[in-house]
Design a protein around this ligand. Structure first.
Ligand SMILES: C[S@@+](CC[C@H](N)C(=O)[O-])C[C@H]1O[C@@H](n2cnc3c(N)ncnc32)[C@H](O)[C@@H]1O
Length: 249
């Protein structure tokens, strides 16, 4: 049965319409992925071609304007929070791609606060060791990117405010602010814990924290920190299939 399907698809891929060639490519890749016990996205989803998000990504990187699934979700989340009062923030911005996505989606000039060491990841704790040796352990210092690089990449967003330093050293500077959206992407337990504990009480009702690392085997500490905080605040993290975790106030 599978062989007959493969032959039919194969034949059409040679003489067929472009969509039939695409179907064949998808079928082959899907079979290969299944063989490796992996999954690929449903071929009928259309988020990869969303013109609005594509235009946003093109502004950040004209040479490789691809939409990644987490950026797509982040963009749509931020868009859905536009109507709320409050600022936005990101803990762990690297070269600024996700902050660009957030500010573009929010589409106004309210401050966006960026906290980053710009020296890469901090020291991992015991909670950050992956459960199996098959998963690579992230190291202190990974993802270092100079502040000036991020500042240049975000030059079009005058509302970006930069706080260089180790989390939570500079949180006190925004202690009197309220937030509609906070993105946490610092990979390890301690900075994720400090970020969610600081920002959740400062979210406006309906505001959200999104943790980029929540569902990744490389970041067990981030999940632990989010779950502990959610329990403490009487909430539940929404585990998104992209690997992100969402905490809504
Ligand atoms: C994975 S990268 C962020 C990627 C970015 N959000 C994006 O999607 O484009 C992690 C960032 O967190 C920062 N970081 C990690 N631990 C930190 C800590 N304890 N304090 C401050 N910054 C930290 C690193 O410098 C790095 O820029």
């Amino acid at each position: 049965m599978q062989l007959r399907k493969l032959m039919r698809y194969g034949y059409r891929s040679l003489i067929g319409e472009p969509h039939e060639k695409r179907d064949f490519a998808f079928y082959v890749m899907n079979q290969f992925a299944k063989w490796l016990d992996m999954r690929i996205y449903n071929k009928h989803t259309n988020w990869q071609d969303d013109p609005e998000v594509l235009a946003v990504m093109r502004r950040f990187d004209p040479h490789y304007p691809r939409i990644k699934e987490r950026q797509f979700f982040l963009y749509n989340l931020a868009r859905s929070l536009r109507h709320l009062p409050g600022d936005s923030a990101e803990c762990g911005a690297l070269d600024g791609a996700s902050s660009h996505v957030i500010m573009s989606a929010l589409g106004d000039d309210r401050p966006h606060h960026i906290f980053d060491s710009f020296s890469g990841l901090s020291q991992p704790s015991e909670h950050d060791i992956p459960k199996t040796e098959a998963v690579r352990a992230l190291q202190a210092g990974e993802f270092a990117s100079p502040l000036e690089n991020t500042r240049r990449n975000l030059a079009a967003h005058a509302q970006a405010v930069f706080y260089e330093g180790w989390i939570p050293e500079r949180f006190g500077e925004v202690a009197d602010k309220r937030f509609r959206l906070v993105s946490i992407d610092v990979d390890f337990y301690e900075p994720t814990r400090d970020s969610v504990r600081f920002f959740y009480p400062r979210l406006v009702p309906g505001g959200a924290i999104i943790c980029d690392d929540y569902g990744f085997n490389t970041c067990p500490g981030a999940r632990k920190a989010m779950d502990e905080a959610a329990e403490c605040f009487g909430r539940q993290v929404v585990h998104v299939p992209t690997g992100q975790g969402l905490l809504i106030k």
